[in-house]
Design a binder for this molecule. Structure first.
Ligand code: GLN
Length: 365
């Protein structure tokens, strides 16, 4: 496939897909068939149970903000979400405690280091960001459990994103619990610094459970679509994440979501994303769609080889890099700003409604 002079790649041979009645579906199927031939990479084996995956599994799903879901290949094959859960847990921790309290425990700087590195600020012990293990363990430990167990809350949160009941792969959980000494060591360091307020064992158990939640590529696409859609699940209409935290979560996914490939990823693909060693990648094009790709063969940084290839191709074939904004459509977005305390509609309001507007109108812009 040839690049044109601007470096844009043509989207598939004879363009027959573009003329078909179902162009997105046809495109995904062709892309899937083409990339299924890639067989580089290796299964994650430091969690022994993950080696039971089939090297051939490969699914792609795309869910738009208007609720259409397109799928190709093994898009309904369950696998464990692993590090992609870090994004969901971060959103929940933000909802539970607000930005400042979470920032006090976990930073937002890319570490440039491997996902399991001990990337802590030397003076405070604060993990650099919530997308690496150290930051994720600290984040997960923040999930409230005063009303309901934290795991139930995590599962319920996932269910809001995916629109279906979620469960754990108990064998993968047990396997990581058995072998996860490095994560446990990180948790002890965090406890020593006072970043963790729970016991390290409790925190890592919850973290291992969250990593063992079973998802499909289709689920990842829907999760991404919620984030593309201001936090609202486009199929069910349920709020998966409060709108005010969506940009914050997408920001850390953009800078830190692909471990020590985050810079190269945002350069090449240009979409906030999160990957996991189960072989999943969840990518988001804000305002447009969520993309879920699953293939368990990983590169040396722990990212799915076919998953990266698929996302790179989709981004390139359609010119979807988020900074690739056509000038013609980019009229200034912010022209003047009012809130509803200062400017009211002309509709007649009851005294009670006016009181609410007086108190809360400053939040409407
Ligand atoms: N549970 C895995 C771990 O902590 C998640 C890592 C990953 O997906 N990168 O090692």
């Amino acid at each position: 496939m040839a690049d044109d002079a601007d470096g844009n790649r043509g989207a598939g041979g004879d363009f027959a897909w573009a003329l078909s009645a179902a162009p997105v579906q046809d495109y995904l199927e062709r892309l899937h068939a083409e990339l299924a031939g890639i067989d580089g990479g290796a299964l994650a084996d430091y969690i022994p149970e993950l080696t039971r995956a089939d090297r051939g599994w490969f699914g792609i799903a795309l869910a738009t903000v208007d609720g259409h879901v397109y799928q190709a290949g093994d898009s309904r094959q369950p696998f464990t979400v692993q590090s992609i859960s870090k994004a969901i847990a971060y959103g929940l921790a933000l909802e539970d405690h607000g930005l400042d309290a979470v920032l006090a425990k976990v930073g937002v700087e890319p570490s440039g280091e491997a996902f399991n590195s001990i990337s802590l600020e030397p003076a405070t012990g604060r993990p650099l960001n919530p997308m690496i293990n150290a930051g994720a363990i600290a984040t997960t430990a923040l999930v409230r459990d005063d009303q309901e167990p934290a795991l139930s809350r995590l599962l319920a949160t996932f269910a809001r994103y995916t629109g279906r009941h979620m469960g754990l792969d108990e064998a993968v959980f047990a396997s990581e619990r058995e072998t996860g000494h490095r994560n446990r060591a990180i948790a002890h360091l965090l406890r020593g610094y006072g970043i963790l307020e729970r016991s390290p064992e409790e925190a890592t158990d919850l973290y291992f459970q969250q990593c063992a939640i079973r998802v499909t590529a289709r689920d990842l696409a829907l999760m991404g679509a919620c984030l593309a859609n201001g936090g609202v699940n486009p199929v069910t209409g349920v709020v998966a994440l409060k709108r005010r935290y969506v940009d914050k979560l997408l920001a850390v996914m953009s800078t830190c979501g692909m471990y020590d490939y985050s810079g190269g990823w945002i350069f090449n693909v240009g979409m906030p994303a999160k990957s996991g060693v189960g072989g999943g990648i969840m990518a988001v094009l804000p305002g447009q769609f969520g993309l879920g790709v699953f293939s368990p063969l990983l590169d040396s940084k722990g990212n799915s080889v076919r998953g990266i290839a698929a996302c790179e191709r989709i981004s390139r074939d359609f010119g979807l890099h988020m900074f690739n904004v056509a000038r013609a459509t980019s009229a200034t977005v912010l022209r003047r700003s009012y809130d509803c305390r200062r400017v009211r509609s002309r509709r007649g309001r009851s005294a009670a409604e006016l009181a609410v507007l007086d108190a809360e109108g400053g939040r409407i812009r």
